[in-house]
Design a protein around this ligand. Sequence first.
Ligand code: FES
Length: 128
Amino acid sequence: MSPFRPACRFDELQPDVPLRCEVDGRAYAVVLTESQTFAIYDECSHAQVPLSEGEVTDCAIECWLHGSAFDLRTGNPRSLPAIAPVPVFDTRIVGEGSDAVVEIDLPTPTNATPTNATPTNLSNEGAS
Ligand code: FES
């Protein structure tokens, strides 16, 4: 049985604007894109900076400090300086209308055992 836990009301989300949610004492950045909702640990793998304070573009969340962008589907960094993935989690929407809630599948991240821990297509853009 999946341990889905409520993270936020669906109507709190704005497209491509990360929302910091705390579930069981851990922070997650929940993102609504054009196609679905995503949940990623709210901490950059390069340094302990909240990813929820970054911007979302093309299904990736960019760390505001040094510019690494993490794919919301895989958690893998698309650009340096981060080289390690950030855990991502399945989400689901329960309920309808103003009662709709976004739930996160905890505690197992979907990329807990990444087969490709070494990010590809890295560049130094945005690194400092
Ligand atoms: S702290 Fe996030 S890229 Fe450096």
